[in-house]
Design a protein around this ligand. Structure first.
Ligand SMILES: [Zn+2]
Length: 93
């Protein structure tokens, strides 16, 4: 699955709800999920970590969709090298 397919799926699942909720409300949900990821990192339970990373990705991609941002383009920015120093691996200070 590509990130584009993932974004399409998240749109099919949630775009209508997210649009009604609006960008501010959806952003708050995203931040809440980041908080849950912080807890999962502290607990270090692999199952829970996977779930929280998944939720964070889903909410982040949802926000991108609400703003008309193509997640595929976001990912491509990191290919073939660091967008800042143009090196692989990054050699930014
Ligand atoms: Zn760099």
């Amino acid at each position: 699955m590509t990130i584009q397919e993932f974004q399409n799926q998240i749109e099919k699942l949630y775009f209508e709800k997210d649009e009604k909720r609006g960008i501010e409300g959806t952003f708050r949900w995203f931040v809440e999920e980041v908080g849950e990821l912080a807890k999962a990192l502290r607990k270090n339970d692999p199952k829970n970590l996977e779930e929280e990373f998944s939720d964070c990705l889903a909410w982040l991609v949802s926000l991108a969709s609400l703003k008309g941002i193509d997640a595929q383009k976001c990912v491509q920015r990191y290919f073939p090298h660091c967008p800042k120093c143009k090196k692989l691996p990054c050699s930014c200070p």
